[in-house]
Design a protein around this ligand. Structure first.
Ligand code: RM4
Ligand code: MN
Ligand code: MN
Length: 433
């Protein structure tokens, strides 16, 4: 597959360089007059990387239909090619997160070597017990129709634990060091199952998976209030997630997917609470209008994302990080009408912009204003940061990482999608949702 080379990127950047340098100089000067060190912002953004999910390089769909745009990857190796193209233009997607069995490479060593060749590492592994796949259901002898870890049948629970341990084993060969467990377990009808017994069974299965983790591994519990279970979900909210992580073991932490909250939940406060308990494990970035919409990061509630970033930076500061705390970050979107790679580019740049905006907030000054109970002055500090155009700082961070000043324009100018369609065809459907 055609790669996006350094030469192609240099050509795409060339026409933009003089304007970029002028904009950067102006922004650095403007920030200096506000007492802000632009270098700190640029290096904070440049250091950040967010994993691309292997299933998101294909077109997403709803239960009503799917409209693939062509050139989708035919296997996990081709998914890595797409993530490498994404990382070439953003410089901020240096790892890929696999989903098993949508990805279950027969030769993990070869896949790992291919990732290394492309400059990509393997992030958290994702198990799947929300669908019946022969590989996860003991060759079809069990079904997850009534849940996996929560199931009343020990044989089903055993198969689900075994599948998760398989993901760990595969991940170990790939160089991954974590497992994300999102369960569809729950009920669709009141009275269908006992809340407490379901919870206890899930906790026990998580303990078994935790006991099988290599020493340097972590596992993450990811909550979600509903869908596909529409009456109750076992891991429904951050409180349940925290209880499950605590029950599972020391190296179990909680994952926050920005779309997995009931409407109007104060997600930034959830972040603060989990960080406080030492059980914040990581993030799935997306945006949502109504539910788990998996829309482009920052496209619906950019100010909420900014407030979440502020909490993350506060956590980073408390844990001795130079900027963003050391957590597992992944984009979890479904690209129904955009080119998947273009949507991932926009998601990544939105994350970079928001980190830059949040880095503009003087935390010591904010604390002083909070302590003097000056609500208006506190709001001023946040608004001033949020309303600043940080584009030149973000572009500079990308340039320093050898990536594109304008990632979407660069992606389009090199004709990657047309090359992918020519090589892979227009009918192929990538494995995923
Ligand atoms: C779920 C959840 C998981 C993701 C699946 C595909 O809603 O967000 O993280 O693995 O979707
Ligand atoms: Mn998710
Ligand atoms: Mn989701």
């Amino acid at each position: 597959m055609a790669k996006i080379t350094a030469d192609a990127l240099a050509a795409a950047n060339a026409a933009l360089t003089s304007n970029h340098e002028a904009d950067l100089e102006a922004t650095v000067g403007m920030l200096a007059r506000r007492g802000i060190d632009a270098e700190r912002v640029i290096s904070g953004v440049a250091a950040f990387s967010v994993a691309a999910p292997s299933w998101a390089v294909g077109t997403g769909g709803t239960r009503f239909g799917r409209f693939p745009g062509g050139g989708e990857p035919r296997d996990t190796f081709e998914k890595l090619d797409d993530v490498a193209a994404l990382n070439a233009v953003t410089g901020a997607n240096r790892t890929v997160s696999l989903h098993v069995p949508w990805d279950d490479p027969k030769d993990p060593e070869a896949l790992r070597a291919y990732g290394e060749e492309l400059g990509l590492g393997f992030d958290a592994m994702n198990s799947n017990t929300f669908q019946d796949n022969p590989q996860t259901t003991d060759e079809g002898r069990v079904t997850y129709k009534f849940g996996s870890f929560c199931n009343s049948s020990a044989a089903v629970r055993d198969a689900a634990v075994e599948h998760n341990l398989h993901c760990v084993e595969l991940g170990r060969k790939l160089g991954s060091t974590s497992l994300t467990v999102w369960l569809a377990d729950g009920t669709n009808h009141p009275g269908q199952a006992d809340f407490r017994r379901q919870f206890d069974r899930v906790a026990e299965c998580l303990q078994r998976v935790h006991a099988g983790l290599p020493d340097d591994w972590q596992m993450f519990t990811e909550h979600k209030p509903y869908e596909p279970a529409f009456y109750s979900t076992v891991n429904a909210d951050w409180g349940s997630s925290l209880l499950l992580a605590q029950a599972a073991g020391e190296r179990a932490k909680c994952f926050v997917d920005l779309g997995h909250h009931l409407p109007n939940t104060n997600i930034e406060q959830v972040v603060s609470r989990l960080a406080m308990t030492g059980r914040l494990g990581g993030f799935h970035f997306n945006d949502s209008k109504y539910g788990d919409d998996d829309l482009t990061v920052g496209s619906i509630k950019p100010y909420q994302l900014f407030l979440v970033m502020l909490e993350l930076l506060a956590h980073g500061e408390r844990t001795g990080a130079a900027s963003m705390p050391d957590l597992a970050y992944m984009i979890d979107e479904s690209h129904n009408v955009k080119d998947p790679l273009e949507d991932l580019i926009q998601a990544t740049t939105a994350i970079q912009h928001t980190i830059a905006q949040a880095l503009l907030v003087d935390r010591a000054e904010l604390t002083a204003r909070q302590d003097s109970n000056d609500a208006a002055a506190c709001a001023e500090l946040l608004h001033r940061a949020f309303r600043t155009d940080v584009s030149p700082l973000v572009a500079e961070a990308r340039r320093r990482n050898g990536a594109a000043l304008d990632p979407l324009a660069a992606f389009r100018s090199v004709g990657y999608r047309a090359a992918a369609i020519a090589e892979r065809g227009s009918e192929v459907v990538a494995s995923g949702l």
